[in-house]
Ligand binder design. Structure first.
Ligand code: FAD
Ligand code: PYC
Length: 406
């Protein structure tokens, strides 16, 4: 592995260009999820003859477009347990991947402006406490203490009645997560191919036998699709139906400022979430765009609506500039929970339905999908996310905990 003077060890990962004829497993998608699955396949199961195929550059999908909020204050016990396992992996991940992920625990407030929102906060707090996750309801005084700059009346538009406070709420450096997993997976022998698109999936007798790619045919009997907003294009290749629809989710950042916002704030009613990044920018987003659209175009409408509400909360920001805006393609499910595990096609595994909530799940989804592929059986932690739940009408309703308005 690149230790001669002619081929020194790469700083991050090798520049793989020509795939081999065959691999033990092929992962479609070099986002955080695909790369994490490759890493845990190698680390936990010694399966290293693996190719990760990425049609663009690693982390260039939703992994590099998200607002990096990590939390486990969900609504269902299944969701809370799953995301809590991810938070625990994140806490040691910089050390494990030997890369500074700028993982920063800030505390997360979900603001409630109505009595019905307060009811949902109490409900989530009770489920969280029951599972052992630190979340509780606080009043306006505690919110003001944590964030004195916030106008509790929101310029008189929507006075804040209280919030769900979640102590482990964190932010991290998103592309570092992808690069860290890539670096360590590569070190163990996984091959990562950028600018390599999967164009078809070859099956025989109800089993996967290979993939067609822009760099030729690769035979394999295990394929993981981890392509977020591109999921319908991959599932079409194998005639698999899912209830996923694609909606754009937009975000933006302000010019950098000295640190002043210590916490992460979310307001469902004002359709705003905001935190301050390690380089001083306010990282902000709002609701999903209300139409299905397979595009990463961002709009003036978004930034106007968002900044109106941000200045309701923080009138002093009215002269601060927005310097960048963008969109990602969110793969939304009817119950706002992911779709993970085996599928009716033998050897075809799905890691999808990550919508607006999947960055926080990157470590645990990688770990549990690696286990699913290695053992051809999904672990208990992800059983409630199985695709067949939609046929059985056993949904895992997380809409009330999704953070982003819908
Ligand atoms: P991606 O990072 O999208 O990776 C999939 C990759 O597959 C892409 O790089 C793509 O190029 C590649 N691909 C697609 N088709 C093919 C093909 N045919 N062949 C080869 N490669 C292919 N989640 C949170 O938890 N917290 C947040 O604060 C948060 N904020 C968000 C804000 C925005 C604006 C957006 C858009 C999303 C947000 N999310 C958030 C959701 C989160 O970003 C995603 O759920 C998560 O990043 C999905 O990761 P992934 O690795 O599955 O997908
Ligand atoms: O899941 O916490 C979240 C989130 C915030 C913004 C987008 N998703």
């Amino acid at each position: 592995y690149g230790l001669s003077s002619e081929h020194p060890a790469p700083r991050f990962f090798r520049d793989c260009t020509e795939p081999k004829k065959s691999y033990d497993a092929v992962i479609i998608g070099g986002g955080g999820h695909g790369l994490a699955a490759a890493y845990y396949l190698a680390k936990d199961y010694g399966i290293t003859n693996v190719a990760v195929l990425e049609k663009g550059y690693i982390g260039g999908g939703n992994t590099g477009r998200n607002t990096t909020i990590v939390r486990s204050n969900y609504l269902t016990p299944e969701g809370v347990n799953f995301y809590d396992a991810s938070v625990k992996l994140y806490e040691d991940l910089s050390e494990e991947l030997d890369l500074n992920l700028f993982y920063s625990t800030r505390g997360h407030f979900t603001l409630a402006h109505t009595e019905s929102a307060m009811r949902t906060m109490r409900w989530r707090a009770e489920v969280n406490k029951h599972v052992g996750v630190e979340s509780y309801v606080v009043g306006p005084e505690e919110i003001s203490k944590a964030c004195p700059q916030l106008d509790i009346s929101c310029s008189g538009q929507a006075p804040i009645l209280g919030a769900l406070y979640h102590a482990p709420g964190s932010v991290a450096r998103h592309d570092a997560v992808a690069w860290g997993y890539a670096k360590e997976a590569d070190r163990m022998g996984v091959e990562i191919f950028q600018m390599t698109e999967v164009t078809g999936i070859d099956t025989k007798g109800g089993k996967v036998v290979g993939v067609n790619t822009s760099k030729g045919y690769i035979s394999t009997n295990r394929v993981l699709s981890a392509v977020a907003g591109f999921t319908p294009r991959i599932t079409e290749m194998v005639d698999l139906q899912t209830p996923i629809v694609i909606h754009p989710l937009q975000a933006c950042v302000s010019e950098p400022m000295k640190p002043w916002l210590d916490t992460i704030l979310v307001s469902g009613s004002l359709h705003v979430y905001v935190s301050q990044s390690s380089r001083g920018e306010l990282v902000m987003g709002s609701s999903l765009d209300p139409y299905e659209f397979h595009s990463t175009r961002s709009s003036l409408d978004f930034v106007e609506g968002l900044t109106t509400h941000i200045t309701d909360m923080f009138p002093f920001l009215s002269n601060v500039k927005v310097v960048r805006q963008w969109a990602g393609m969110a793969d939304i499910t009817p119950d706002f929970a992911p779709i993970m595990g085996k599928t009716p096609l033998e050897g075809f595994y799905l890691d999808a339905g990550w919508g607006t909530w999947g960055f926080k799940a990157t470590p645990i989804s990688g770990k549990t999908m690696a286990e699913t592929i290695a053992k051809d059986m999904a672990p208990d932690l992800i059983k409630s996310f199985r695709l067949s739940r939609f046929e059985d009408y056993e949904l895992t309703g997380e809409k009330g905990a999704a953070s982003v308005g819908h």
